[in-house]
Ligand binder design. Structure first.
Ligand code: GLU
Length: 469
């Protein structure tokens, strides 16, 4: 049997972290088993679905590199098929017309609530052997309900949560088409999973309650088609924020694309998501190819996973260190231009990036850390006060005159600093720190002679001059 998984987002918002993890796990499961991964856009909630959200999902999938073998399929384009299946179910007796009016159903509900009963359909229009149905009212357009079995239980071996059993008595007859003819959510999922030959449904555990209803409908469809196709289910626990609350806008990132804006590499986000609720021993850093080889559903934790930005930063830092320099140059140029910084031809960007890429967690941090190479530094007042003292200014003045005479290379720069250090009998940092502040605006930087060698001589002299005057 060929494995076929799907990711089936509703386009009512961005592709968020939870959705991206569901997509990643479905993708990896298909890859691992040499199967197919399908993208299906569940856009039947017309009031809440938007083309922008569809695009945001496609963009998010593309940015992450989660390629699909089939799709995107759009449920709104499959209406004829849903109508045909509804007709088949009516013909087979697994669905029936329900003429209960809204007022009637509201009154029923109120009465049940008042009696402390679980609100449910009373089965008024459900056909039974020897049952005489009420006379069909003329003014009511009927909804169509699924004739859910009343006896027995629905059982499935959830691939994450283990065995789950629900009594059919708990499930009432679900509306599968509204009075206006539009098919409902659970029904469309069932028709699609069946038509698309989905073998494993991997999705968030907010859908656990839908599963027994979906299994019953799949069984009914199977009886009509003569081939029952019930997939296996794996319900993933939700992702919590670092405060233990459900992950939400409050935790920063709504959309995976926000991570792009914030300076995360897609490889890092994927690697981080892969470990969010799944493990392979102590392995933390691995490629997606490796992940697809290792991935299984047995090592998914049934408990909720907690989002940890520090860990994401750590993984991101790792991928930035490993990143191809040409890629970083293009990316960082874009981020600098967003900061209104243009790099001249003498920009030395590859070397500047090399100097900094082991020191930062995000691409944004990388861009802002090196901004001083391309514009006047922004001074940290405390650092200026601490390091650019009146005692050190004459030392820097001496250094300035020495630097003016040398060949502009790291070694010669280093020698010039050493000469001043010796002349004034100071420790190296006593000179290096004020120099850092003068050139970069802050007291932390990579080795200062390397920084200086990457700037133009004129610029270094001008900055020291400015700092001591
Ligand atoms: N469209 C549903 C959602 O976005 C997912 C349905 C499913 O995976 O079965 O939550």
């Amino acid at each position: 049997m060929i494995v076929r998984t799907r990711f089936a987002p509703s386009p009512t918002g961005f592709l968020h972290i939870g959705g991206a993890r569901t997509a990643l796990f479905s993708w990896a499961f298909a890859k691992k088993h040499g199967g197919q991964f399908i993208l299906r856009i569940e856009d039947t909630d017309v009031a809440r679905s938007t083309p922008e959200a569809v695009q945001a999902i496609l963009d998010g999938m593309h940015w992450l590199g989660l390629d699909y073998d089939e799709g995107p399929f759009y449920q709104m384009q499959r209406m004829d098929r849903y109508k045909q299946v509804i007709q088949n179910m009516l013909d087979a007796g697994s669905a029936y017309y329900c003429y209960s009016s809204k007022d009637e159903l509201d009154a029923l509900r109120e009465q049940q609530m008042a009696n402390k009963q679980k609100p449910r359909y009373d089965g008024k229009w459900r056909p039974e052997i020897d049952k005489v149905l009420p006379t069909i009212p003329e003014d009511i357009k009927p909804a169509i309900r699924f004739r859910n079995p009343q006896e027995g239980v629905v059982v499935w071996q959830d691939l994450v949560k283990g065995r789950i059993e629900i009594a059919n008595a708990e499930l009432d007859d679900l509306i599968i088409a509204r009075a206006d003819g539009t098919p409902t959510y659970n029904f469309c999922v069932v028709v699609d999973d069946s038509d698309m030959g989905i073998t494993q449904v991997i999705r968030g555990d907010d859908h656990v309650n839908n599963t027994p209803r979906q299994i019953n409908m799949l069984m009914a469809l199977g009886e009509i088609d003569g081939a029952i196709k019930v997939p296996q289910y794996a319900h993933l626990s939700m992702i919590l924020g670092s405060d233990g609350q459900k992950l939400s806008k409050r935790h920063g990132a709504v959309s995976v694309m926000q991570y792009d804006d914030d300076g995360y590499l897609p490889e890092a986000v994927l690697n981080y998501l892969a470990r969010l609720g799944w493990s392979h021993g102590d392995d933390e850093v691995f490629s997606m190819q490796q992940f697809a080889e290792w991935f299984d559903l047995d090592h998914i934790t049934p408990s909720a996973a907690q989002f940890n930005t520090e860990k994401l930063n750590w993984i991101n830092a790792h991928y930035i260190k490993q990143a191809d320099n040409a890629y970083l140059v293009t990316d960082i140029s874009k981020r600098l231009s967003k900061l209104n910084i243009t790099i001249g031809a003498q920009g030395n960007l590859p070397a500047v990036i090399d100097l900094y890429k082991e020191r930062i967690n995000t691409l944004n941090e990388l861009a802002s850390s090196i901004a001083y190479f391309y514009q006047k530094p922004v001074f940290d007042d405390a650092a200026r006060e601490k390091h650019l003292t009146s005692e050190i200014k004459p030392v820097l003045a001496t250094l300035l005159s020495l630097l003016a005479l040398i060949d502009w290379q790291a070694e010669a720069i280093h020698d010039a600093i050493n000469e001043v250090v010796n002349q004034y009998q100071l420790k190296f940092p006593k000179v290096a720190m004020p120099l850092r502040v003068a050139l970069t605006g802050i007291a932390q930087s990579p080795s200062i002679d390397q920084v200086m060698a990457l700037m133009s001589k004129d610029e270094v002299l001008a900055r020291i001059n400015f700092a001591i005057s």
